[in-house]
Design a binder for this molecule. Structure first.
Ligand SMILES: *Cc1c(COP(=O)(O)O)cnc(C)c1O
Length: 433
């Protein structure tokens, strides 16, 4: 690393404590200062460019500095930058909520604005617990899947199961139980896990407020994937046992899995759906909890401080973020994004075939615009993810492996040629380990 990058890195390390990072790693591992970004590319201060193959932590859909989203946001900036959403409202929040209700699974009729993914999960958990309370039932426990990830605030962390993030804070967590996630994408695995789920419900459903799942793909849980049959069965069982189903579509929403929402693969409508990440096309933090009219009605009565949902965040429903989300949805309406993605994901599938021949590859899996290559034969201390990351960066591709899993989650505007580059760099990186 030379001149300007290095100077920026020094300035940064004097004052910034980075997320999800052992800061001492940066004594040897360069930090990449990004000067600008356009399309799938990030540009650093020394003139290098990198394909953003992870969509900047799974948020970007239509490229960086997208001309259409930029234009819409610039218009909004001169109109209304922010206003509180209690007692007041604004056009972007209203329009966006209507659009979301139109495209979301059918029973989801109400939109509660929050401002990031973890907070949306917190709000959904609180709403679920509170709903049961308003109906005279105490259900203080949440149920989630093994290997799940729902964010890092205390409540969200409690329902997650990635020990790397959770173990240290065990004593601080809220009440949570876990059932096994289907062990792979087969229908048998889904059936086996549903059997386990029903066992838990038979014993404990009267204490459980909600089952929270990441539909089809467990993102931070190393892109583990399972069959839609599980969602269908989980919907049936949660209904039968008076337990809510929370679909955390923060990562899977907005076309990632091949449908607008992952729940559509199973044709189900959950009681709550959390959305963030791709919601604003990767521009600004914003999230929503969508829920049913039935749940909304359980809070609707003459003022009584115990019955209303008195949850809020300062930047709830920020107009600029809502406009970024509206512009993002416009792009879905104006072009056949899902159809184009289908062709790209078929192409990626073809390209991934040759990974199976590599000795250190355990499994290749894919769902829509997410593809993962799981490696085997390494100890955690070898940090092979880091080796692949470093190699790929030198070749101009940003990959950010999760442990032994190398994955691709590119912006949808990636070209076929860029897909070739992204995949061949990963291939060489894995082969060279
Ligand atoms: C990223 C993520 C979250 C947390 O969202 P943040 O905005 O990072 O707090 C929650 N659930 C899932 C499934 C996620 O992928």
């Amino acid at each position: 690393m030379s001149g300007k990058n290095s100077e920026m890195m020094q300035r940064d390390l004097e004052v910034i404590w980075h997320p999800c990072t052992q800061m001492k790693d940066h004594e040897t591992l360069p930090l990449i200062p990004v000067a600008s970004a356009k399309g799938v590319y990030l540009y650093d201060f020394d003139g290098n460019k990198y394909i953003d193959a992870v969509s900047s932590w799974w948020v970007n859909l239509f490229g960086h500095s997208n001309p259409y989203i930029n234009e819409k946001m610039k218009e909004q900036l001169d109109t209304l930058e922010h206003v509180l959403l209690a007692g007041f409202t604004h056009k972007p929040a209203i329009e966006l909520a209507h659009k979301l209700v139109n495209i979301a699974p059918q029973a989801l009729q109400k939109v509660f604005y929050v401002d990031n993914g973890s907070s949306a999960v917190e709000a959904a958990l609180k709403m679920s617990y509170h709903y049961h309370l308003n109906r005279g039932k105490r259900k203080p426990v949440f149920l989630s899947l093994t290997n799940s990830y729902h964010g890092e605030t205390i409540g969200a962390l409690s329902v997650g199961d990635v020990s790397l993030y959770k173990e240290t804070y065990e004593q601080l967590l809220i009440q949570n139980m876990q059932v096994p996630v289907p062990y792979n994408q087969s229908q048998e695995a889904a059936q086996r896990a549903l059997y386990d789920l029903e066992k838990v419900f038979k014993a404990d459903a009267d204490r459980i407020a909600a089952l929270i799942v990441e539909p089809l793909i467990q993102g931070a849980g190393s892109m583990h994937m399972y069959h839609p049959d599980y969602l269908e069965g989980a919907r049936r069982l949660t209904k039968a046992y008076d337990v809510h189903l929370i679909a955390d579509e923060i990562m899977t929403g907005f076309g990632r899995t091949g449908r607008m929402f992952a729940c559509e693969h199973a044709n189900i409508s959950p009681d709550f759906m959390t959305l963030s990440k791709g919601l604003t096309g990767g521009y600004l933090p914003l999230s929503v909890v969508m829920t049913t009219d039935e749940i909304y009605q359980a809070f609707y009565c003459d003022y009584n401080e115990h019955k209303a949902f008195l949850h809020s965040h300062s930047y709830t429903g920020n107009p600029l973020a809502c406009v970024a989300a509206l512009a993002t949805l416009d792009i879905f309406e104006k072009s056949d994004v899902l159809g184009d993605n289908r062709k790209k994901s078929d192409y990626i599938k073809e390209k991934l075939k040759r990974f199976n021949a590599l000795e250190n590859v355990k499994e290749v899996r894919q769902q829509g615009m997410v593809a993962a290559i799981e490696l085997e034969g390494y100890r955690a201390s070898e940090r092979i993810g880091l080796k692949v990351y470093t190699y790929a960066l030198k070749q101009g591709v940003l990959l950010r492996p999760l442990g032994n899993v190398i994955y691709f989650m590119p912006p949808y505007i990636i070209t076929y040629e860029e897909i070739d580059t992204m995949i061949s760099v990963a291939y060489e990186g894995i082969k060279g380990l």
